[in-house]
Design a binder for this molecule. Structure first.
Ligand SMILES: *[C@@H]1O[C@H](CO)[C@@H](O)[C@H](O)[C@H]1NC(C)=O
Ligand SMILES: *[C@@H]1O[C@H](CO)[C@@H](O)[C@H](O)[C@H]1NC(C)=O
Length: 521
């Protein structure tokens, strides 16, 4: 018989297909060999009981005399472990299995002389031959391979490393004393490779060690990495989830500087953000000059400037230290003068004076228009118009957009509403009217400073004008209610249908109309 050395045996054990082929060749002494039926292969773990079955099929015309079970170890001589003759009690010669091997059932029949071995050991691995002595064809046998599997002890661990530029082992995984050898793989998003090596384990088992090798960076710290061990004795893969541990010097940034530190600004805060592994030993704020201004308060990683002045017009440095190293970041604060500067003030002053001059001009113009408008209105009344006297000053959309009639707005500087309303004067006191304006008024566009100044000035001019008119109009047959200055958004006009609606006429709430020509000069 061919004898297998240990190495060949391991190879064969892991290649069962080939092994079976070899077995059939070895067993193929003749056609008769096929009559002894055995299992080609039996797997077991240490400590278990294995059954090795054997049967002689189709014994027609053949005299079965006795059966011998022979053990052939991986190394060493074959040895009889169990003998059965129908005329005698089963016998178990001296062997490594003596005391653990028995026929099953204990009083077998020649046709099925199965045995069992209890408390199997790794060293029980080998070939078990069920050999019949027969007449007239001679000995017949069947061979079973007992393959001992060893459940490996699996473990995994992280290797803490420092960030660097060379590949190093960052994780290790072991599958100790397994048979056959385990397969180890790695699951991670980190960029590296696992490399496995095998070592001899005890009792011909194999220890598999896999190391994960990569170039560690700060960004890899904390990344998930799992070692996955597959073994024939395991129902499913055993997984060891780990996290990479990469140490690196602090990464520092100063946050909170908005490039708007003007003189007198209060409570601005700079924050020194640092990420590091391990955690920082110290966070230190400094200035380039070496002197920390009095107006600065430092709490942990925050630097608070109570009030911005020339003293903080400097470069601030934040220095963070951990066991691996020291890193700093810096910002240069650029302190600005207070917001208003002399050149701007000059522009404003110029604008104000210019506006006032323009106002005088416009006021004069308006005075002329008002007079004209009044004359025309008196003309309408004469033609059967309303009793109510209506005055329109400045006025509609066009007027305010063009800016020529900017005087329409009420209110002084900062007085809010001032732009482009239509307001109708109903025999009112203009002083009273000023108070009412804001209640009704809807601005059409955002006013400019000039609009505001203009309107204020205009109000005064018009107020004077109205006072004069009031005097005159006392004599008119006016039947209006309480004197008010009505302000009405332009869209109100759309609701009004007047007899005088035409291109040249503007209708009013009270039904009267005035000439647009008079308004939009
Ligand atoms: C991993 O293996 C690939 C290909 O086998 C190789 O290109 C790469 O450089 C290896 N990486 C490391 C970190 O060894
Ligand atoms: C701050 O320093 C810069 C240059 O160092 C200088 O131009 C600027 O005038 C200084 N600002 C104040 C408010 O002193």
């Amino acid at each position: 018989m061919a004898r297998l050395d240990a190495r060949n045996w391991l190879d064969l054990a892991s290649m069962m297909g080939l092994l079976c082929l070899v077995a059939s060749i070895l067993a193929g002494h003749g056609v008769a060999g096929q009559r002894v039926k055995v299992e080609a292969e039996v797997l077991s773990y240490p400590g278990q009981t294995v059954n090795l079955r054997c049967a002689f099929t189709d014994a027609t015309g053949i005299q079965l005399t006795m059966v011998t079970w022979i053990y052939e170890p991986k190394e060493g001589d074959r040895i009889n472990i169990a003998v059965f003759h129908p005329k005698f009690a089963p016998n178990y010669p001296d062997s490594p299995m003596k005391g653990r091997v028995s026929f099953s059932p204990s009083t077998p029949e020649l046709a099925s002389p199965s045995i069992q071995i209890s408390e199997v050991r790794m060293t029980d691995e080998g070939r078990y031959i069920c050999e019949y002595a027969t007449y007239p064809i001679g000995n017949e046998q069947g061979i079973t391979y007992l393959i001992m599997l060893a459940k490996p002890q699996n473990s995994a661990s992280i290797v803490t490393v420092e960030a660097g530029t060379k590949p190093v082992v960052v994780a290790r995984c072991e599958s100790v004393d397994g048979l056959p050898a385990s397969q180890i793989s790695w699951v991670t998003t980190a960029n590296g490779n696992g490399t496995s090596v095998t070592k001899d384990g005890k009792d011909n088992t194999v220890t598999m060690i896999s190391e994960y090798v990569m170039v560690p960076t700060a960004a890899d710290n904390g990344k998930d990495i799992s070692c996955v061990v597959n073994h024939r004795t395991q129902v499913k893969a055993e997984s060891f989830p780990l996290k990479l541990a990469v140490q690196y010097p602090p990464q520092v940034t100063i946050e909170g500087y908005d490039n708007n530190w003007y003189m007198g600004r209060t409570n601005v805060v700079l924050t020194c953000q640092a990420s590091s592994n391990p955690i920082p030993i110290s966070v230190l704020w400094k200035t380039m000059s070496g002197v920390m201004p009095d107006t600065v308060q430092i709490t942990d990683n925050k630097l608070k400037v109570l009030k911005v002045d020339e003293a903080v017009n400097t470069t601030f440095v934040c220095e963070v230290k951990n066991r691996i190293g020291t890193t700093r970041d810096q910002i240069t604060a650029n302190v600005r003068e207070p917001t208003v500067n002399p050149s701007n003030a000059g522009v404003v002053a110029g604008a104000v004076i210019g506006s006032l001059l323009a106002l005088l001009l416009v006021a004069a113009l308006i005075a002329v228009l008002v007079t004209r408008s009044r004359r025309q209105q008196q003309g309408y009344r004469a033609n059967g118009g309303s009793d109510m006297k209506t005055r329109m000053f400045g006025g509609g959309k066009k007027a305010s957009k063009n800016g020529t009639g900017g005087g329409a707005g009420p209110g002084g500087v900062g007085g809010g509403n001032n732009n482009g309303p239509i307001y109708v004067y109903n025999e009112s006191s203009s002083h009273q009217a000023l108070g009412e304006k804001n209640n009704h008024h809807q601005p059409l566009t955002t006013p400019t400073a000039q609009d505001i100044l203009l309107s204020n000035e205009l109000d005064d001019a018009e107020r004077r004008k109205f006072d004069e008119l009031e005097e005159e109009e006392r004599y008119d047959n006016f039947t209006g209610g309480a004197p008010i200055l009505q302000l009405r958004p332009p869209n109100d006009q759309d609701d009004i249908i007047g007899d005088y609606m035409d291109d040249d006429m503007e209708s009013q709430r009270d039904g009267s109309v005035i000439s647009r020509t008079a308004v939009y000069v």
